[in-house]
Design a protein around this ligand. Structure first.
Ligand SMILES: [Zn+2]
Length: 332
């Protein structure tokens, strides 16, 4: 195939209709991988794929997932990785290359196929994503306008609050935000903080099946890039703590090499009640699975109000993802 660079705007997929049926057909055509599916209230479908589950247990078992509907860049990154692994090219049909805007080496792809069990969940709240009025948040709206779409509008028109779970009868929101998943007539939950969400159910079901060694939790925010350590990071045994630290450092180095500014690695909400809240959300779940969260830039950069173009968002999420794969491939 003659080389041409992938065109990021053409590789970008975020709404379920842009990629779910394609993923299902790539999986069906390649035979071996496992397709996963969950149905949310109202009928929207959450889906994903696991590669490398046949034969002997793989030394690296990675789950990469995207829980937040207003953070679409990691969805584009994960669907493009699925496309690369299942059919050998990016979503726009362009060939894989170690250079260009979405670099990935043939050596890494070989290692992934041979040594990894890899589950990709590009969007675990399709219901929210379907309700999202934009495919990309590139700074056209102010952060306040954007975050009213993300979290919703309260009865007085202010930005709606952030709750793990809430109900219409208690909070009479003018508009529910796309970050939430509706469970029934009354109840709404945030995917990555409520155990009742499809996201949490999917993670727990798949962990029971595949016993992941690592979980990459992919997000976007309006600040500089960051790697976030889990709420129980300080309690990890020294070897595991060092491994997560090195994983975070590998991602940050990759961002630096790509010219992407970051603000380091840290435990968010350290010492605050929200840290304890996250400990409780994870308590007793997925023992031994090392977790790392990436935050890549979305919409407008808070300190400068500079818009974040689609290409910048995509490259940053791709860089975090492939740096994770490279780190885990080199490690074992
Ligand atoms: Zn998020």
């Amino acid at each position: 195939m003659e080389y041409r660079e992938p065109i990021l705007a053409e590789c970008w997929v975020s709404h379920p209709a842009e990629w779910q049926d394609d993923l299902a057909s790539w999986v069906a055509a390649s035979g071996v991988p496992v397709f996963h599916e969950w149905i949310q209230y109202g009928g929207s479908r959450v889906c994903g794929v696991t590669l490398g589950s046949g034969g002997a247990e793989r030394p690296v078992r990675l789950l990469a997932a995207v829980p937040h509907a207003h953070e679409p860049a990691p969805t584009a990154a994960l669907v493009n990785l699925a496309s690369v692994l299942l059919r050998g090219c990016f979503v726009d049909g362009s060939p894989v290359s170690a250079d260009g805007p979405l670099p990935i080496s043939d050596g890494l792809i070989r290692t992934l196929r041979q040594r990894f069990l890899l589950t990709l969940l590009p969007d675990t709240n399709s219901q929210g994503r379907l309700g999202s009025p934009r495919r990309t948040w590139d700074g056209e709206l102010t952060n306040d306008e954007f975050l009213k779409v993300a979290f919703g509008e309260a009865a007085d028109g202010a930005r709606f609050g952030r709750y793990p779970e809430w109900s219409w009868s208690v909070h009479r929101a003018r508009k529910a935000g796309v970050v939430y998943e509706q469970l029934d007539e009354e109840a709404w939950v945030e995917p990555n903080t409520s155990r009742r969400s499809t996201h949490t159910r999917a993670v727990d079901e798949l962990y029971a099946r595949y016993r992941y060694t690592h979980h990459l939790d992919m997000h976007q925010h309006e600040g500089d890039e960051a790697t976030l350590y889990s709420a129980d990071f300080d309690d990890l045994p020294p070897a595991e703590l060092a491994e997560v630290e090195a994983w975070g450092a590998a991602i940050r180095s990759a961002w630096e090499a790509a010219g992407i500014r970051h603000k380091g690695g840290y435990v968010p909400y350290r010492g605050l009640p929200r840290q304890q809240f996250f400990r409780e959300y994870w308590a007793g779940r997925c023992p031994g699975m090392l977790r790392l969260t990436t935050e890549t830039r979305n919409n407008r950069h808070i300190p400068t109000d500079e818009p974040t173009p689609l290409e910048r968002q995509f490259r940053s999420a791709w860089t975090a993802l492939t740096a994770t794969l490279g780190f885990l491939a080199a490690e074992r």
